[in-house]
Write a protein that binds this ligand. Structure first.
Ligand code: FAD
Length: 317
């Protein structure tokens, strides 16, 4: 095992941002250990079945360099690459790492456990290699640097797949890609999260928000108040005692914007808020705010989206 840290990133939304955070985490680990950093660029995560190709490239990079630690980013592709890589490599895997501290050559890693209700502290003793993936929202204070100074860059984007991958791809035929029902998508993985709060008014309000999330291929989130009222399951709760999310768009409907809720959406891209109270604190965070009862906004928006989708289906059956 060589004393070097490898960070493997892929390009293409939504992995770009995760790649930046992975670089940040890898720099912290490499600096703390005093090890050099190698940046393996695996290629685009946007192509279908990308994880199979990217995992193969990651395996190649690991086989040729034998690094002491590999850092991957966050998101579904990074997770699948990690799983495939770990399966054939005798390493310690810490998935969804949210914090990393290196002192005296010892790395301490934290990750949420039991639905994020407790934090597991893991110590890596360096007797074998380590593989890390990051929790959504972790290392969000990552600076904008694209490439850490002094890192050796290995570009694997053009590596042609070998017989194994070609064999897998030849046996795989993608018939169609279907979105999971909104309620089954983990809010941490979604590019769009439609969240409801106490202002959603009940189970019927959440049915409307679920339909909206469904229409845009997103997930359904909730404030703790809505969860405590029993309108939706706790796995949907966003916030500091819920999940930390990092969608491109976060839609907050009937959510006041309490600090504990906002703690969960710090890594969100654009925040859209619908609230009937113009003084609701959520508007201080929102990029776009609509002051109105949700019934004035959500049903017409849904109807408009249905019309657009219908027009598209007619043009492109
Ligand atoms: C230790 C601790 C941890 C916590 N962790 C979390 C957490 O992880 N996540 C979390 O969310 N909260 C958490 N909370 C709770 C948090 O403090 C708030 O109580 C909670 O976020 C409020 O939820 P809400 O915004 O849905 O409800 P409310 O604060 O009651 O706000 C409801 C909003 O809906 C608006 N509204 C009402 N009717 C309508 C309508 N018809 N159309 C549009 N808008 C309407 C109102 O104007 C209001 O702004 C935590 C609290 C503590 C003490």
């Amino acid at each position: 095992m060589n004393h070097e840290v490898m960070v493997a990133t892929c390009s293409g939304p939504p992995e770009d941002l995760a790649g930046r955070r992975a670089l940040h985490a890898a720099v912290e680990l490499a600096d703390g250990l005093g090890w050099p950093l190698v940046h393996a660029r695996l290629g685009s995560a946007a192509e279908p079945s990308a994880a199979v190709r990217l995992a193969q490239r990651a395996r190649r990079a690991v086989a040729s360099r034998d690094p002491g630690a590999v850092v991957l980013g966050t998101g579904p592709v990074a997770r699948e690459v990690a799983g495939r890589l770990a399966a054939g490599w005798s390493c310690a895997l810490v998935a969804d790492c949210c914090r990393l501290v290196v002192r005296g050559g010892v790395a301490r890693l934290s990750r949420g456990a039991l639905g994020n209700r407790v934090t597991a502290e893991i110590e890596w003793d360096r007797t074998g290699p380590l593989l890390l993936t990051l929790a959504p929202g972790a290392f969000e204070d990552a600076p904008g640097a694209v490439e850490p100074a002094g890192a050796e860059v290995v570009d694997l984007a053009d590596v042609v797949e070998d017989d194994e991958v070609a064999g897998i791809m030849a046996r795989v035929r993608i018939l169609r890609i279907e979105n999971l029902p909104a309620k089954e998508i983990d809010v941490r993985d979604a590019e769009v999260v439609v969240s409801g709060g106490a202002g959603a008014g009940g189970v019927d309000g959440f049915a409307l928000l679920t339909a909206l999330a469904e229409r845009v291929g997103g997930a359904v989130g909730a404030s703790r108040a809505a969860v405590d009222l029993g309108w939706i399951g706790r796995e949907h709760q966003v916030g500091n005692t819920g999940k930390h999310v990092a969608p491109k768009v976060y839609v907050a409907v009937g959510i006041s914007g309490a600090s504990q809720h906002l703690a969960g959406i710090r890594s969100a891209g654009a925040v859209l808020a619908v609230n009937k109270d113009r003084r609701a604190p959520i508007f201080e965070t929102a990029d776009l705010g609509v002051v109105a009862p949700m019934d004035d906004v959500v049903p017409p928006l849904l109807a408009r989206l249905e019309t657009i989708a219908g027009d598209r289906d007619r043009l492109d059956p």
